[in-house]
Each structure stands twice: as C-alpha cells, then as structure tokens.
Design a protein around this ligand. Sequence first.
Ligand SMILES: [Zn+2]
Length: 88
Amino acid sequence: MKIPTRTCVACRKPQPKKELLRVVKTPEGDVKLDFSGRAHGRGAYVCNSDVCIQTAVKKKLFNREFKSSIDAETYNRLLEEYCGHKQD
Ligand SMILES: [Zn+2]
C-alpha cells in the first residue's frame, strides 16, 4: 500500500502524512495547528520539527499556502501551540 505523503511548507520534502503537523485555515479564517488532522478547512503541512516550524513562521510560509496575509500574532500563536504540544 502506498503511504500518503504531503510536502512540508518549509523544507519542501514529501513526508508520510502522519509525521507532519497539519495547519488548517478554518472556514472562519482562523489559522491554527490541527492536531487531529481532521479539522474543516484548507490544510497545509509542516514537519514536526523545531527547524521547519520556525522556518515556516519566520518566513511566513503559510501566507502562500493559504493565499492570504496572516498576521504576526497568528504566527506566534502557532509557535506557542506547537511548543505547548511538545510538552504533553
Ligand atoms: Zn520540513
């Protein structure tokens, strides 16, 4: 069986879907980490690694994925959510 892969927005490497974090833009326009992988909305994927997440935030790579301008506050929240998740 072929493993479903997605491309990380930061390093552009295809990875098995389950090893990536999903970031979702909800129909309400919220951008957040989707730990369930099943939230409604458009999804983008980033490696579950400090390097890729920090790159994505620093370079605002989700703007391109979601074709919208996402504010710095939202990017900071993504990082916080990621850091909080890591400690669980
Ligand atoms: Zn990556």
